[in-house]
Unconditional design. Structure first.
Lengths: 232, 69
C-alpha cells in the first residue's frame, strides 16, 4: 500500500513537472515579448537561466548531502548527494551549451574566456570528476566519505560563478539588475515561471534518481545474502 | 523572388538567429530525455537483476528443503 502511494506521488510529480515545463515553453514563445535588440534569439535566455539555476541548486543539495553524510554517516545523505550531482551536471551542461548558442548571435562568438564562462566550464569539469571519483573507489564507505568531502569543496564554484559578474569586468548580462538587456514585466513573469517549472522537474528527477540508487542497494544486499547462502 | 532592400536583409538575419534558438531548445529536450531514459534503463536493469536473483535463491531454497528428510 505504501509502495502504491509512493508510485502515485511519483506519477503526480511527473505530470505536474511535465505540464509546468510545457506551460513555460508556451510562455516563452507566446507570452513573452520579442526583445528589441536581439530579436527572437533572446528567448533562449529563459531556459538558459532556469537550467543554470537548477544546476546551482542541485550542487547546493549535493553540498548539504555531503555535510549530512559526514555528520550522520547514513547512506540516505550519500544517495541525496550523488543523485543531485548527476542532475546538476546535466543542467549545467545544458546551461553552458545554450549559453554558447546565445552568445554566437549576441557577441559574435560561441565562446570567450571571460570570468563567468570560464568558472562555469571549470565547474562542469569539477563535477564530472566527482562522478568519476565515485566510480573509481570500490569500498562504499570510503566512496561516500571521499565524495562528501569533494562535494563540499566543489560547491565553492557556485558562489564564485554567481558573483563572477559582479566582482570582475565581464560581458555576461546580469539577470537580477537587468544590466545588458531590456527586461519587461512579461519577460520577468516568463523567467520566474520557467525557473519554477525547472525546479519542479529537478524534484521529479531527483526522486527517480534516488529510487535508482536505493534499488542498486537492494540488489547489492541480495547478492551478499546469496553469497552467504542464506535466504529468509 | 530576390529582394535587395534592408527589410529582406533583416528577415534573413532573423532566420539565421532562429536556427540558434531551435538548436538551444533542441539541446534542452535532448539532454532532458537522455537523463530520463538513462535513469529508466538503469532502473529496469536493476529490477530485472533483482527478480532473477530472487528467483534463483528461491529455487535453491526449495531444492535444499526437498533434499532434507
Amino acid at each position: 500500500m505504501e509502495k502504491l502511494e509512493q508510485d502515485r506521488l511519483g506519477i503526480v510529480l511527473i505530470g505536474l513537472s511535465c505540464g509546468a515545463v510545457l506551460v513555460a515553453l508556451g510562455m516563452v514563445f507566446l507570452y513573452a515579448p520579442r526583445e528589441s535588440t536581439m530579436g527572437d534569439v533572446q528567448r533562449i535566455f529563459y531556459f538558459h537561466v532556469a537550467s543554470a539555476w537548477v544546476g546551482f541548486f542541485a550542487f547546493f543539495v549535493t553540498f548539504i548531502g555531503g555535510i549530512g553524510y559526514l555528520a550522520r554517516g547514513t547512506r540516505r545523505w550519500d544517495i541525496l548527494a550523488v543523485s543531485s550531482a548527476e542532475i546538476g551536471l546535466t543542467f549545467i551542461t545544458m546551461a553552458l551549451i545554450t549559453g554558447a548558442l546565445w552568445a554566437k548571435p549576441a557577441w559574435g562568438t560561441y565562446w570567450t574566456w571571460e570570468p563567468r564562462l570560464t568558472i562555469s566550464a571549470v565547474q562542469m569539469l569539477i563535477y564530472v570528476a566527482y562522478v568519476m571519483l565515485r566510480t573509481a573507489i570500490e569500498s562504499p564507505e570510503r566512496k561516500a566519505r571521499f565524495a562528501a568531502v569533494y562535494g563540499i569543496a566543489a560547491f565553492v564554484t557556485v558562489p564564485l560563478s554567481w558573483f563572477a559578474i559582479r566582482w570582475w569586468r565581464t560581458i555576461h548580462p546580469d539577470v537580477l539588475t537587468g544590466e545588458g538587456m531590456a527586461i519587461t514585466p512579461r519577460m520577468v513573469h516568463t523567467l520566474l515561471f520557467s525557473i519554477a517549472a525547472f525546479t519542479s522537474l529537478y524534484v521529479t528527477l531527483l526522486r527517480q534518481r534516488m529510487r535508482l540508487e536505493r534499488t542498486a542497494d537492494a540488489l547489492l544486499q541480495l547478492r551478499m545474502r546469496k553469497g552467504r547462502g542464506r535466504y529468509e | 523572388m530576390p529582394c535587395f532592400n534592408s527589410a529582406c536583409a533583416k528577415v534573413e538575419v532573423d532566420m539565421n538567429n532562429l536556427s540558434y534558438l531551435v538548436a538551444a531548445y533542441g539541446v534542452f529536450w535532448g539532454l532532458t530525455f537522455a537523463l530520463v531514459i538513462s535513469i529508466w534503463v538503469r532502473q529496469r536493469r536493476l529490477e530485472r537483476d533483482i527478480a532473477t536473483l530472487a528467483a534463483q535463491m528461491e529455487e535453491r531454497q526449495k531444492g535444499s528443503e526437498q533434499a532434507e528428510p
